[in-house]
Ligand binder design. Structure first.
Ligand code: MRU
Length: 350
């Protein structure tokens, strides 16, 4: 399986996703601040993956603390939580993972654990978050395989693969699940300007798995749909609101509108950690605006004339009515999402 992120003793190791596919370089972070910087600068990206990174970052940050008492340790811990939370605003998995680490820490303090015991429990919780993410992706992949026809040409946008998770992937988890179920699948990968997650990362990891993949530029999907060359769309998600509105990589909304026009099913695949019942609808999801340089430059070369204004929202919101189903580790949920997504969590608690 792809080594997206791993813990080696008191170091967090991650493959540098800015350099793929031309260079496979690993970044080693030995402090929480280094992990936070890696998230912010997209060494690691993808909603579930940054949640895992934040949890591991907190664990190594606290492991390195010199505090001798729990009060001092707690003050340091909550400061590091703030640092992690300030890295990227849209993917809810980041905040979900930080909350889990906070709950675990508070539970330890509650029962009077020592500094060393608190450090150990944070290590354990981060490892659990990592392992559970892989298990969720595999489970949602198996559920998602059921909505894939026996022979399918699947369009995906951005990278919702092993690289965007602790392993296996969400949208690409569905594709992997379908392949494992013996279905004949070929993939069309939107290149995904400006960061090119589709062209660089999705194509790279699917080809490693021997899955036939064709890269297209973001403006080609409509023409291919019109020619009847796409059977299904599966994308990942960065935050799914309580009513099913879904924030995902910029350009996803355009694909969803095109899919509706051509009557092609459009599915979202994500673990429950991406569903945010506290956000009522898509209009309340904060959308990250990234550096204009990602648009004005390509591989260090300026593309646009100096002085041209640029927008760079990293995500958009697809309204729930365009989504055929939300594929999770608890099954495939359909409209009305307000009820079905709530039920998904109740199911999880059984
Ligand atoms: O900006 P990124 O690369 O962190 O964006 C997140 C994504 O990779 C996608 O939006 C993805 O489809 C959802 S994460 C599985």
């Amino acid at each position: 399986m792809l080594p997206t992120i791993a813990r080696e003793s008191h170091v967090v190791v991650m493959v540098d996703q800015r350099k793929l596919p031309t260079k496979e370089v690993y970044v080693r972070c030995s402090t929480a601040a280094e992990v936070a910087r890696a998230i912010k600068t997209m060494v690691i990206r993808g909603a579930p993956a940054i949640g895992v990174a934040a949890a591991m970052g907190l664990a190594i940050g606290i492991r390195g603390s010199k505090a001798t008492g729990t009060q001092k340790l707690a003050a340091e811990f909550y400061k590091l939580c703030e640092l992690m939370a300030s890295t990227r605003p849209t993917a809810v998995n980041l905040f979900w993972a930080i909350d889990r680490m906070k709950r675990s820490f508070a539970a330890g303090v509650e029962v009077g654990e020592s500094v060393d015991q608190l450090k150990d429990r944070l290590d354990l919780e981060a490892a659990r978050i990592h392992d559970e993410d892989v298990a969720s992706c595999r489970a949602l992949g198996a559920f998602g395989a059921c909505v894939v026809p026996r022979e399918a040409r699947i369009l995906t946008h951005c990278n919702a693969g092993a690289l965007a998770t602790a392993g296996y992937g969400t949208a690409l988890g569905v594709i992997r699940g379908a392949v494992e179920a013996g279905k004949q699948v070929t993939v069309l990968a939107d290149e995904t300007r400006p960061f090119l997650q589709g062209a660089r990362l999705t194509a790279w990891e699917l080809l490693r798995d021997g899955i036939e993949t064709t890269v297209i530029t973001d403006n080609m999907a409509g023409a291919l749909m019109r020619q009847g060359l796409i059977d299904l769309v599966v994308v990942g998600a960065d935050r799914i609101a309580a009513n099913g509105d879904t924030a995902n990589k910029i350009g996803t909304y355009t694909v969803a509108v095109l899919a509706r026009e051509h009557q092609i099913p459009f599915y979202v695949a994500a673990p429950l950690s991406t569903i945010d019942l506290r956000t009522p609808d898509g209009s309340k999801i904060p959308i990250e605006e990234r550096s204009p340089k990602e648009v004005t430059h390509l591989a260090g070369t300026r593309l646009t004339p100096a002085g041209a204004q640029v927008r760079n929202p990293a995500f958009d919101v697809t309204p729930n009515h365009l989504i055929a189903g939300i594929i999770t580790e608890r099954g495939v949920f359909r409209a009305p999402y307000l009820e079905s997504l709530k039920a998904a969590f109740e199911l999880a608690e059984v």
